[in-house]
Design a protein around this ligand. Structure first.
Ligand SMILES: NC(=O)c1ccc[n+]([C@@H]2O[C@H](COP(=O)([O-])OP(=O)(O)OC[C@H]3O[C@@H](n4cnc5c(N)ncnc54)[C@H](OP(=O)(O)O)[C@@H]3O)[C@@H](O)[C@H]2O)c1
Length: 289
């Protein structure tokens, strides 16, 4: 049996769908039913139910976007930096291995030679580099809290998208925003992300950090052109002149845009679809709910 924390959320629901599809029994914990942020209560539940693995998909993302984290700093810090440490404490006490959903938003840009950031690269969009959003800073702190812990996977998700029209889906966001920021990013197909992360556990690949993005990188204009080609949305997309105009007119805090290297995951035997192909597939299967 698997324990799932944050299963009610956007990423957590994708885990629920995966586990249901695979017929794997799991317990979806909600804070309202069992306060899993209290290490003593979580340890007790783990000792009673003895799950073989725990997935932490809980965290604070800010709605409708990361700007909200600037206004709710205590919740953000608690959900993204304190909570992972408490889960680590409970899992260590009960002897349960686990996986934590982190984020690639702890980086900005690319390595000096233009290649993607690797797992061992220190975050360059964090409180330590003093250039980040509060959300990114809190996610980098969460990884610091878990540094050196045994029995935990840290899975870095980045700008999730899939085939279902939803305000949380990156493709929907691009179609709905009035104007877009041109940027280069590595991104994650949500259902491939949850499948790849769970495969880490199933295949018993070594614990540690994994960048879980679709191989390659895309610019905003690449994605827009795929959207237009698919016929899902053919509007005339408008762009900000540059990041300064975006910051002035549309955002309260800087955004992370970055390229990531997911070859460690591939080397571990877990393959995700090339990013352009994954976007095309999502658009081919586009579903409005
Ligand atoms: N969505 C993205 O774009 C994205 C990108 C990269 C990484 N991530 C990471 O993925 C994880 C899940 O994100 P999500 O988009 O699925 O978030 P979400 O839709 O907001 O769901 C998060 C869930 O976490 C639980 N939770 C526990 N402590 C919380 C707190 N202090 N504040 C708010 N919620 C809390 C809640 O479940 P209960 O109250 O039911 O227990 C909530 O439903 C987060 O760690 C996030 O940083 C997300």
């Amino acid at each position: 049996m698997i324990y799932l924390l944050g299963g009610s959320g956007y990423v957590g629901q994708a885990y629920q769908a995966l586990l249901n599809r695979k017929g794997i029994p799991f317990r979806n914990l909600r804070r309202s039913e069992l306060d899993y942020t209290d290490p003593a209560r979580l340890t007790e539940a783990l000792r009673n139910d003895r799950p073989e693995f725990l997935i932490n998909a809980a965290g604070y993302t800010g709605k409708p976007n990361v700007d909200a984290c600037e206004l709710h700093k205590a919740d953000c810090l608690f959900g993204n930096a304190v909570l992972p440490g408490r889960i680590a404490e409970a899992c260590a006490a009960a002897g349960v291995p686990w996986g934590h959903v982190s984020s690639g938003c702890i980086y900005t840009g690319a390595r000096a030679d233009g290649s993607g950031f690797r797992e061992e690269d220190p975050p360059n969009f964090s409180f330590r580099t003093n250039n980040c959003s509060f959300y990114s800073g809190s996610k980098a702190l969460g990884e610091e809290v878990l540094a050196g812990q045994d029995n935990v996977y840290i899975w870095r998700l980045r700008i999730p998208f899939d085939h279902v029209d939803s305000p949380r889906n990156y493709l929907t966001k691009l179609m709905r925003y009035d104007r877009l920021l041109e940027a280069t990013n590595s991104i994650s197909q949500l259902h491939e992300f949850v499948a790849a992360t769970f495969a880490c556990w199933e295949k018993r690949v070594p614990f540690g950090i994994y960048n879980v993005t679709n191989p390659g990188e895309v610019t905003t204009r690449d994605v827009v052109s795929l959207i237009q080609k698919s016929g899902v949305c053919t509007k005339d997309f408008q762009f900000f002149q540059d990041e300064s105009e975006f910051m002035l007119k549309a955002a309260k805090t800087p955004r992370s845009n970055c390229v990531m290297d997911s070859s460690k995951l591939t080397r571990a035997g877990i393959q995700m679809t090339e990013v352009h192909e994954a976007i095309e597939q999502a658009l081919q299967e586009w579903t409005k709910v």
